[in-house]
Design a protein around this ligand. Structure first.
Ligand code: IPM
Ligand code: MG
Length: 371
């Protein structure tokens, strides 16, 4: 493996900087204790970048991101920037980095750890052992479709337009990621759209079906309408293995799946591009939770989603399976020991800060590393 692996850390806004501080500690730990030489740079995105440069993502930071082996992102947005016009808001920085790096496949796992089974608002018997993967299309659909905008129709009437649009290529490449993932997991893919009312959904279903027949007959494929999927995720979430869906449905269903696990504070994500000729793949890793401005700066946010995102980074970008396992094991141990940030606090457990959660995880890593 090549000597230096370039990591770009973009902490962003709200709780982003405080959770990414814990990620940095673990990255440094990997350097010290596992001899992994990361070349780490930090940059600005979202509101932090607006304050510094007037734009939510500068060209220089974008170029830095493209030159990196992986980007680790915190979160963007907050009330301070809510009044700014659409294209210059913090969220536009996030959408730009996804689009310009062509990170079309967003992997959002929802896993219920045994230690946290009671944190779920659903009954333990419904969620115990849950392990699903949502693959959300991330660079197309209604988020980016043209035409878009708000137009004045006259007589005091205005019209807001967004367009849902997918090409066969866009559908095939994200479906391929889902099928390949399923091959390494439970060998089931459920493809989700609204083929009953949307042409883009019908095309989606046809393309996924054709790809399955041509290349993935070893995988069990099913199709589901998005509204039904929302319901099935609550009724019987363990029926799913991999779910593949479009940008907007994926945004909603992944928040719903996240809550099955008890807290958004636990869930990581990976956004992946295509594999290039040298076998390299652009990638960005971020927690599913947002910037949570209401609790920002108080050292109470849960750093686990970001640390699990680092684990995904080690797994998918660097093939460092042992180190990814170490981080996941360390977190599981600390939770088993009863430490809880506020979002996952339960009776009889020990409430702790972001920093103390980080301390405990680093200590657990030390112990696991010796063992
Ligand atoms: C997400 C977020 C983003 C999205 C926002 C912040 C633009 O909700 O990553 O799920 O809608 O994609
Ligand atoms: Mg979302």
């Amino acid at each position: 493996m090549s000597a230096n692996k370039k990591l770009l850390i973009l902490p962003g806004d709200g709780i982003g900087p405080e959770v990414m501080r814990q990620v940095r500690r673990v990255v440094d730990w990997l350097g010290r204790r596992r001899g992994i030489a990361f070349e780490v740079k930090e940059g600005l995105i979202g509101g932090a970048a607006i304050d510094a440069h007037g734009v939510p993502l500068s060209d220089a930071t974008l170029a830095e991101a493209k030159a990196s082996d992986a980007v680790l992102l915190g979160a963007v947005g907050g009330p301070k920037w809510d009044k700014i016009e659409f294209e210059r808001r913090p969220e536009a920085g996030l959408l730009r980095i996804r689009k310009d790096m062509e990170l079309f496949a967003n992997l959002r796992p929802a896993i219920v750890l045994d230690a946290l089974v009671d944190a779920s608002p659903l009954k333990a018997e419904i969620v115990k052992g849950l392990d699903i993967m949502i693959v959300r299309e991330l660079t197309g659909g209604v988020y980016f479709g043209e035409p878009r905008g708000i137009t004045d129709l006259g007589n005091g009437v205005r019209q807001g337009v967004n367009t849902q649009v997918y090409t066969t290529t866009e559908i095939q490449r994200v479906a391929r990621v889902a099928f390949e993932l399923a091959r390494k997991r439970g060998k089931k893919v459920c493809s989700v759209e609204k083929a009953n009312v949307m042409e883009s959904g019908l095309l989606w279903r046809e393309e996924v079906t054709a790809l399955h027949a041509a290349e993935f007959t070893d995988i069990e494929l099913s199709h589901m309408y998005a509204d039904n999927c929302a319901m099935q995720l609550i009724r019987n979430p363990r029926q799913f293995d991999v779910i593949v869906t479009d940008n907007l449905f994926g945004d909603m269903l992944s928040d719903e799946a996240a809550m099955l696990t008890g807290s958004l504070g636990m869930l990581p994500s990976a956004s992946l591009g295509a594999v290039d000729a040298d076998g390299r793949r652009r990638a960005l890793y971020e927690p599913v939770h947002g910037s949570a401005p209401d609790i920002a700066g108080r050292d109470i946010a849960n750093p686990v989603a970001s640390l699990f995102s680092l684990a995904m980074c080690l797994r998918y970008s660097f093939d460092m399976i042992a180190e990814a396992d170490l981080i996941e094991k360390a977190v599981a141990q600390v939770l088993k020991g009863g430490m809880r940030t506020s979002d996952i606090m339960a009776p009889g457990m020990a409430r702790c800060s972001t920093t103390v959660m980080g301390d405990s995880i680093v200590r657990a890593l030390d112990k696991l590393n010796v063992a």
